[in-house]
Design a protein around this ligand. Structure first.
Ligand code: DGP
Length: 114
């Protein structure tokens, strides 16, 4: 169950439009964009959900936010605004069980989410 499409993208076994990569994360465009900008920031370390993160992942989790911020700036959405989302388990709407952060922008976001 831990070998997801995201693990395959990280290993380059599946294609993706990769915008950023470093030793901790890969960021690529979502295959089914829900906004003009929809990027997934995905840790290389396999954590199925945020529930599986521990204190040892403090640096990694902070890094994900800083990478999202950097990509938002590069995509030109930082000033108008954007949303970061980590869906967790079925009620959270998670479908791929490899922790990831959605970066959504380029249009106004509604609240509350559906
Ligand atoms: P979530 O529902 O939070 O687990 O989001 C999973 C996202 O992953 C969803 O927005 C669609 C995206 N996705 C699923 N399969 C692929 C894929 O093969 N490639 C890319 N780029 N995105 C994918």
């Amino acid at each position: 169950m831990s070998d997801t499409v995201f693990a395959k993208i990280i290993r380059r076994e599946l294609p993706a439009t990769i915008l950023y990569e470093d030793e901790l994360v890969v960021a690529f465009r979502d295959i089914s964009p829900q906004a003009p900008v929809h990027v997934l920031i995905v840790p290389k370390k396999v954590l199925p959900t945020l529930n599986d993160a521990t204190e040892d992942d403090r640096l990694l989790l902070g890094h994900i936010l800083l990478v999202a911020r950097k990509i938002a700036q590069e995509e030109g959405i930082a000033e108008k605004g954007y949303r970061l989302v980590i869906n967790t388990n079925p009620d959270g709407g998670q479908t791929v069980f490899h922790l990831h952060c959605h970066l959504l922008g380029g249009r106004p976001m509604g609240w509350p989410p559906g």
